[in-house]
Design a protein around this ligand. Structure first.
Ligand SMILES: [Zn+2]
Length: 355
């Protein structure tokens, strides 16, 4: 920065007047007349082109000379604009890969990613972008509202953690969200880790509701909401796996119509033992009339084993003199094939035809 006073006689002075045009170098006599010695040295260190090209505008804060908003922000906010909690890109990348694998709702994972990137709109983060913005936590007023404060150290967060089964998690004193979650992921299994991050998400939502709507959340309700959200993922996973395996959802047993008998069948496979079949036949009162089990060394697939179990159950009932039968099993594929009286070209089509 130049601090030498500019006299009235130099009001229209141009940089070109400081350069000797014939030799394309700085006019040192003129420099020393106008500037202090250290300013002369700085100016003289600026290289000049022997071609003396015309003036052009360049941005001094980027090597390319091109203006970027990023460099302007950095300069205006004294290089603090990224915040003091920013995770290193490597650490954030590593934990993100782990978080992506946990069983949580997509919106919870997106929240976690934003937290790891220090991209949640905490008051602390907003204050880096808006000068003189108050970064103090407006809930407890004890500290500035950083991501860690909001999710772990604030009074509201601590009350919620205490009501959960992960109370000690909030006692951690790590200084970054990435380190904190790294510890959680290392200590807990995938299911609990997902529950912890979902609870963080619920705490963040509760804070925002409190600030925006002025209603103080009940810590127990925040924990329940997080649990409910986590269980939605569990239910969806069971449905997905069940559907993938062609299984019907389990249902409670209901009795058959009067004078009918219900044949419940099931099949399983254990490595080293082979396939197992189980059958129970009950009447309208739930009384067990026939039951049986069979084992085979065959390594049937699920649908084939279930079809075998149906055939086994029907045979036992028939041998016991029962003819009005209702079959119940948990393999949707087999039940539908029996209803349609066809299994197409599937692996168990021959058994269905046998039945
Ligand atoms: Zn607070």
């Amino acid at each position: 920065m130049v601090i030498s006073p500019r006299g009235n006689e130099n009001a229209d002075l141009r940089v070109s007047s400081l350069i000797s045009p014939n030799v394309a170098c700085w006019n040192f006599d003129r420099l020393h007349q106008l500037f202090l010695p250290f300013e002369c040295d700085r100016i003289a260190s600026i290289p000049l082109s022997s071609r003396l090209p015309g003036d052009s505008i360049c941005w001094d804060l980027e090597r390319s000379g091109q203006y970027t908003v990023k460099s302007a922000y950095k300069t205006i906010f004294n290089d603090n604009w990224k915040g003091d909690e920013e995770a290193t890109s490597v650490a954030a990348h590593t934990i993100w890969k782990k978080i992506w694998q946990i069983q949580a709702l997509p919106r919870v994972k997106v929240f976690a990613w934003r937290a790891c990137q220090n991209a949640l709109p905490t008051r602390r983060n907003i204050s880096y972008r808006i000068k003189d913005y108050d970064s103090e936590c407006c809930i407890c007023e004890r500290d500035f509202e950083s991501t860690l404060h909001a999710l772990r150290d604030c009074k509201l967060a601590r009350d919620v953690w205490r009501k959960s089964r992960f109370a000690h998690v909030a006692l951690s004193r790590t200084s970054s969200i990435v380190d904190w979650w790294e510890g959680c992921l290392a200590e807990f299994d995938e299911f609990d880790a997902a529950s912890i991050i979902t609870l963080c998400w619920a705490i963040w939502g509760a804070r925002n509701s409190w600030i925006m709507e002025g209603v103080a959340p009940v810590p127990e309700d925040v924990v329940s909401y997080a649990k409910k959200t986590s269980s939605e993922v569990g239910d969806a996973l069971i449905k997905k796996n069940t559907k993938a395996a062609g299984m019907a959802l389990p249902a409670s047993w209901s009795p058959p119509s009067p004078s009918y008998y219900k044949v419940n069948v099931d099949a399983g496979f254990i490595d080293g033992l082979g396939s197992g079949l189980g059958v129970v036949v009950r009447d309208e009162n739930g009384g067990v009339l026939v039951c049986g089990a069979a084992q085979s060394q065959d390594r049937w697939d699920t649908a084939t084993a279930e079809a075998k179990a149906v055939m086994f159950g029907l045979q036992l009932a028939k041998d016991a003199g029962m003819d009005k039968l209702v079959v119940e099993g948990d393999c949707l594929q087999v039940i539908q094939a029996l209803k349609n009286r066809s299994a197409g070209a599937s692996s168990f089509s021959l058994i269905i035809e046998d039945i």
